[in-house]
Design a protein around this ligand. Structure first.
Ligand code: MG
Length: 240
């Protein structure tokens, strides 16, 4: 009896070994299908007002309340139409679209519901919407993006984003980074992490002036060698 039990157990082990369980990290590939990632803020969504209003709604204006921000896009944010059109184009060609944001995931389901309503297809937290918050590097002590970890895990081919961090994340993950040009109103409201900082006085961490920034846009290439998707090629004086 014991021999039969042992034999059955070995047989189950053998069959299991022959058919390993597929994890979500190694999904089936479809021939010719691209997996394309998008940052959210200032890439898919013009959310400046949501971020500007948030401190006024908080008991502690020095702390950004992402739980509040994540539930108020429907009131204060606007979808960036040319990017929505690009996403529709990609999906109509059979490619898969994912969203990766550095916002903390608190109330992240609401962001999914907002994007679902606006873009017209199901977008769900931890399915095709990921919250990759910054993390401190133990060696340098510097807080940095973790988007490249999600990009690699999902096996993306292209990543669109507006910030310098997005281009760095794409490069670390070894995928093509494409820069979405940040709306000039957002550049005015928060200029850091965007071509260094085109508003700050030139320093090594922010060497590009407005004039040099416009040259990058005109040539369609950024400081990380990324290509530029020119949505907001407005002269600076047209900005609010
Ligand atoms: Mg962004």
């Amino acid at each position: 009896m014991r021999t039969i039990q042992l034999f059955s157990f070995s047989l189950i082990l053998f069959i299991t070994a022959c058919h390993p369980v597929k994890t979500p990290a190694t999904p089936e590939r479809i021939l010719g299908q691209l997996k394309v990632g998008f940052d959210i803020d200032d890439t898919v969504v013009f959310s400046r007002d949501n971020f500007l209003i948030a401190p006024q709604m908080s008991d502690d204006p020095d702390q950004i309340d992402f739980g509040w921000i994540n539930t108020h896009d429907s009131l204060h944010s606007v979808i960036i139409k040319p990017v929505a059109d690009l996403i529709e184009f990609l999906r109509s060609q059979g490619h898969e679209v994912y969203f990766i944001t550095a916002r903390p995931g608190i109330n992240g389901e609401a962001v999914g519901r907002y994007l679902t309503r606006e873009l017209g297809f199901p977008i769900e937290k931890d399915q095709n919407l990921f919250f990759a918050t910054k993390r401190k590097d133990p060696k340098t002590g510097k807080k940095y993006t973790t988007k490249h970890e999600v990009i690699s895990e999902l096996g993306l081919h292209i990543f669109y984003g507006d910030a310098d961090n997005d281009m760095v994340a794409a490069s670390i993950a070894g995928v093509r980074g494409v820069r979405i040009v940040r709306d000039p109103r957002s550049v005015k409201a928060y200029s850091r992490n965007y071509f260094g900082d085109t508003i700050a006085a030139p320093v090594p961490g922010a060497p590009y002036t407005e004039e040099k920034y416009q040259q990058f846009l005109a040539k369609g290439v950024g400081p990380y060698g990324e290509t530029i998707f020119p949505l907001y090629l407005l002269p600076a004086e047209e900005a609010e």
